[in-house]
Design a protein around this ligand. Sequence first.
Ligand code: ADP
Ligand code: MG
Length: 468
Amino acid sequence: MTSLAQLAHAVAALSAGDLLPARRSGEETRLAYPLRLVDAYPLVEAVDDSGSAGGFGPWAAVVVDGAGTMLGVPLVAVSEQPLVVRRALPGDGAATGLVDRLCRPGRLRIAAGAFGLYALDAGLLPPREVVGEKALPVDQTHESVVVDGAGVVKWAVHLSSREGEPPAVRVLRHLSAVGFDETPATLGHLVWHGAARPGDKPTELLLASASAYLPGARDGWDWYVDDLVAHLAGGRTAAEVVAPAPLIGGLVARLHLAMATASRENQQPVRAASMSDAWWWRDDAVATLDEALAVTGGDAGARLAARAVRARAALDRIAAVSETFVTMVHGDLHVGQILRWAGGLVVNDFDGNPVLSAEQQAAMQPPARDVAGMLRSLDHVGRIVDKRSGYLHTVAIERWIARVREEFLRAYRAELAAAGQSALLDERLLGPFEVEQECRELVYAARHLPHWVYVPDAALSALLPEES
Ligand code: ADP
Ligand code: MG
């Protein structure tokens, strides 16, 4: 067996490239040295006591870099004498080890030291028809691995530290408890509870989550963009490209109704927001606008500046909203979180919005937050297609945007009304939250994704049209 001390010694010899997943963009994440192993969890149990079993891992490790950044890393040994390790790649068995531990019948929660393994709907793992691990080509904040064509393990890379249970764990446990099943079944989570340095406040960090794999699933940035492109080329009718919007509206409403349903663990899932909550939202929104103004250059910056007074006035209205309700929300809702597969549409990825602070992510929010996010992303699908089609169909696309917006909202409201819960959506917050969302997109584009600027630029210009 490999001891923690041996593993620590091996980790100290690594460079960032050995620990981080390969970046699709080729961009190198900077880590500060030295790298220090904080803790490790064997994903495969030692099978005998000959002294060698388990020596090659894989492990789920918590590593801290010289600047105090906490990293989650699946590790595997490439040699045992001397011990040399590297990040486990798809095929090395780390994700399979986690799925096996979560789905082994009869062991619902296995904790080892500071690690917690929370199995949730493990019984729902689909039959495993193929064997082996395969990478999912996903974005850069995580690495996802498909196990046996049946499960998906999402490894967190940068571990965001906050007090209390990670929001994704809390939310998915709640959704499972109230029977919401329009999301890939959650198999469970691996968390680590502790502090990187002695004396630091211990926090609970999400290292990995596992869910059922939906074969052929595509996200809305993919399927909705393709459908709209096909429509403009004459391959799909107007009705066909509007039809998903009310389905998404109903789905999001049922998600919010589930969030607002009491469970044994969460007996007060809805509460009235206070005036100070509203001021907090307003101040955050205005700070985001100011940041967008500061970082958005060129023509987009000029168009934003020309709208700054009206944008600020819209955001100020948030503070005046009284008697509104908050619940748990998705927190990062957009068409990219709506997966379409043979079984229909599901909502995915409850990890929260990476650009928000831990405090903002953990807070209960008005459901209008999610609704605004989805509305903006439907608009963005149109902007993407508009650019891709050389701005030859702008009028038709604007019309499509207006239609899907209407249909999404109509279905969302109808679903809440049918449940007698119309008050969950505070319409007064929609407009301001939509403006705030576009400001967030501008900040995100300026900082991380410059080629995205055209989307919030066009969307915000349409949201706050030039006064004539
Ligand atoms: P990210 O944090 O990178 O956005 P997501 O959890 O949203 O990660 O997943 C990214 C993509 O991976 C999705 O858009 C989808 O294409 C695919 N994916 C995620 N979960 C599943 C799943 N359970 N089944 C099939 N594909 C999935
Ligand atoms: Mg996502």
